[in-house]
Design a protein around this ligand. Structure first.
Ligand code: THU
Length: 163
């Protein structure tokens, strides 16, 4: 028997003023677009903003449905837009924020399991790690250097093909 371990380093900031100008701008964009979420069932409005290596900025928001499982998270709406509008574009950074009447938006949220899988697929496909800036409308922010770090021991396309 061997025992393995998994850990990763990420950055923690007290508030948006500590970020670089470009990162603060992208997080502000993610905060702004929370108003475009369609979230009448959860009242949890999520905004995502991506900066491509070309400098293009795209945004996405969660889109819910009366048939709850049909709903889509902001991250996957954003990735689908990027892939549709700019196929194979390399994504530098995605910022994520949220707003809700029900909870204080004063701490970061992290992508759900399905979105982690989708982010990993996109990273693998274009061979470019995606940085994540995670923060609420105020308060603490965390920056994760590669989104795949959030999905250890993952299943990926490589598991289905011969080397
Ligand atoms: N949601 C996102 O859009 N992104 C996340 O990272 C977490 C959850 C959405 C899904 C659903 O519309 C609502 O937030 C509550 O789960």
């Amino acid at each position: 028997m061997t025992r393995n371990s998994y850990y990763f380093d990420y950055e923690v900031y007290t508030e948006i003023g500590e970020l670089t100008e470009a990162d603060a701008w992208l997080l502000t964009k993610a905060r702004d677009v929370t108003k475009n979420a369609y979230a009448p069932y959860s009242n949890f409005h999520v905004g995502a903003a991506a900066r491509l290596f070309t400098g293009d900025i795209l945004t996405g928001t969660n889109q819910e449905n009366a048939s709850y499982p049909v709903g889509l998270c902001a991250e996957r709406v954003l990735l689908a837009s990027i892939s549709s509008l700019y196929p194979n574009a390399r994504v530098d950074t995605i910022a994520l924020s949220y707003n809700s009447k029900l909870v204080e938006s004063d701490h970061p949220i992290t992508p759900c399991g399905i979105c982690r899988q989708s982010l990993q697929e996109y990273e693998d496909r274009v061979k470019q790690p995606i940085r994540l800036i995670l923060g609420g409308m105020e308060g603490k922010i965390i920056i994760i250097p590669k989104s795949a770090m959030l999905l250890p021991l993952s299943f990926s396309s490589g598991d289905m093909s011969r080397p």
